[in-house]
Design a protein around this ligand. Structure first.
Ligand code: FRU
Length: 495
């Protein structure tokens, strides 16, 4: 009897030991976030970067079945440009991105870092199965890309972008040594029931002929040249936009690679500008803009993202970042039509601690820095400032006791907003300036007066300098309203 009891006790003890071991094992191997993931000194916390290596332009932006796809120019072999493939990520909210395997490989398996590599392009959903590749209910995604020195080409996916096939009839526009054609963006033109391709190219060997050529197609594979607009370079985009304050009016907006644009009309074959070319961004790092295709009607937004070309990321495993996705609108102001740009509202998904002020009068030399309690490397700031009698005001961003940080300053007499060596002309509205500022570990984007002016810049702030200062000089200013949110990381939710 006693022996049997002892045996049972031993079994129980062993069982408990096994359970304890299993629990410990689970504790240490389970989903504890790795705090070092996406946490390097200049690793953007809410801007897109690949885990490692070089990337440039966003490509193939398309929304399908609840997912925003973003492909991008990517070198899997290293941290410099070359051997370009299409990297791939998806998001359900434009904020959190899931990395997926490389989508497009070069068309020739070559050791040449440029030959037939997968240059920039766009993607659409083949709603009517025009390409004839659809399997079951899932629509085909069709990507149009430039195969460097090998013409304009098509790749398609029948499994929501997870795997890609090259179209057997490639190239759809053959390579032409003189025209340097690249970066096809395909859009639907409803009135003519045709697809339109805008393609960067030269019409002759003369560099002055650089511009955008327009092609049309009914079947996505046969493309007919129609017209050309001079004075553009790389990564074109063509977007029909409803005028926000005149909803019955639609204008077509033709974007250049640097985000500058012409507003005009498009009859399906020819673009007729009605404005001069306007800058889309005044910063140093805004390039290769592209808008998402197939955004559902009930959403209706025009969403744009760009590569922050020219940024520097010392000692980082990656070499580049995208801008934060933005919404574009077209408005008729008293001076004419203009595209405005604002960060997508989904940014609020990352809001952490909130600070806010209302109706605060700042008098130079008297007030303390009212934002002194805000400390951090990732902030979302929105504020409205009544200029009153001040001669300038602004922020010192990422400063410390030792370092002044980065100055963002509005100069009232000059009417300029300056930061990181660039200035943009900015006129107050009713003697007020409104600012929306996105500060991440390697970039500052400043949206002024409801997105009428935007300045996008990369920067390399000092490690540990995490203070913020609001200053004004020459006279008083009233802070009508100021909200500052610390930002959570989109990559490492444990931040
Ligand atoms: C723009 C660009 C495109 C080209 C791609 C190559 O940055 O030069 O014109 O398709 O990059 O990576």
């Amino acid at each position: 009897m006693q022996a049997e009891l002892n045996r049972r006790i031993t079994i129980m003890k062993n069982l408990v030991n096994v359970l304890v071991i299993i629990s410990f094992a689970l504790l240490f191997t389970s989903s504890k976030p790795d705090k070092s993931y996406y946490n390097e000194l200049y690793r953007p916390q809410f801007h897109f970067t690949p885990e490692k290596n070089w990337h440039n332009d966003p490509n193939g932006l398309v929304y399908y079945d609840g997912e925003y796809h973003m492909f991008y120019q990517y070198n899997p072999k290293g941290n410099e440009w070359g051997f370009i493939h299409w990297g791939h990520a998806v998001s359900t909210d434009l904020v959190h991105w899931e990395h997926l395997p490389i989508a497009l490989y070069p068309d020739e398996n070559s050791e040449d870092k440029e030959y037939c590599t997968a240059f920039s392009g766009s993607a659409i959903v083949d709603e009517k199965n025009i390409l004839g590749k659809q399997e079951g209910e899932v629509k085909t995604l069709v990507a149009f890309y430039t195969s460097q020195h090998c013409g304009q080409r098509i790749a398609y996916s029948t499994d929501k972008g997870r795997t890609w096939e090259k179209f057997e009839g490639n190239p759809i526009i053959p390579y032409d040594k003189t025209d340097d054609a690249r970066d096809p963006k395909v859009v639907w033109h409803d009135p003519s029931q045709s697809y339109v391709m805008v393609l960067y190219r030269k019409t002759s060997e003369d560099d002055k002929s650089k511009g955008i050529s327009f092609y049309t197609s009914k079947n996505l594979t046969n493309w007919e040249y129609k017209s050309h607009v001079y004075g553009f370079y790389e990564c074109p985009d063509l977007i029909p936009m409803q005028v926000t304050n005149r909803p019955e009016e639609i204008k077509w907006v033709l974007f250049d690679g640097d985000g500058s644009y012409l507003i005009g009309n498009f009859d399906g074959e020819k673009f007729t500008p009605e404005t001069a070319k306007m800058p889309g961004d005044f910063g140093k790092n805004y390039y290769a803009t592209q808008s998402w295709s197939n955004i559902p009607q009930e959403d209706g937004r025009i969403l744009q993202i760009a590569w922050m070309r020219g940024g520097s990321f010392p000692d980082m495993p990656f070499n580049g970042q995208m801008t934060f996705p933005a919404e574009l609108t077209l408005t008729k102001f008293n001076f004419g039509y203009k595209v405005t740009r604002k960060p997508v509202e989904e940014i609020a998904l990352l809001h952490d601690k909130h600070y806010s002020w209302e109706n605060e009068k700042l008098i130079p030399g008297i007030n303390q820095n009212i934002v002194k309690k805000v400390k951090g490397d990732c902030l979302h700031i929105t504020g409205e400032f009544d200029l009153k009698s001040c001669s300038n005001f602004g922020f010192y961003i990422r400063n410390s006791k030792k370092e002044t940080g980065t100055e963002l300053m509005y100069d009232v007499r000059r009417g300029t907003l300056s930061i990181l060596g660039v200035s943009a002309p900015v006129a107050p509205v009713n003697n007020k300036i409104s600012l929306e500022i996105l500060i991440d570990r390697a970039s500052i984007e400043v949206y002024v007066n409801g997105g009428q002016t935007v300045i996008s810049n990369c920067f390399t702030p000092d490690e540990g300098a995490e203070n913020l200062t609001l200053f004004c000089s020459g006279g008083e200013i009233i802070v009508d309203k100021l909200d500052i949110y610390k930002m959570n990381s989109a990559w490492n939710s444990d931040k």
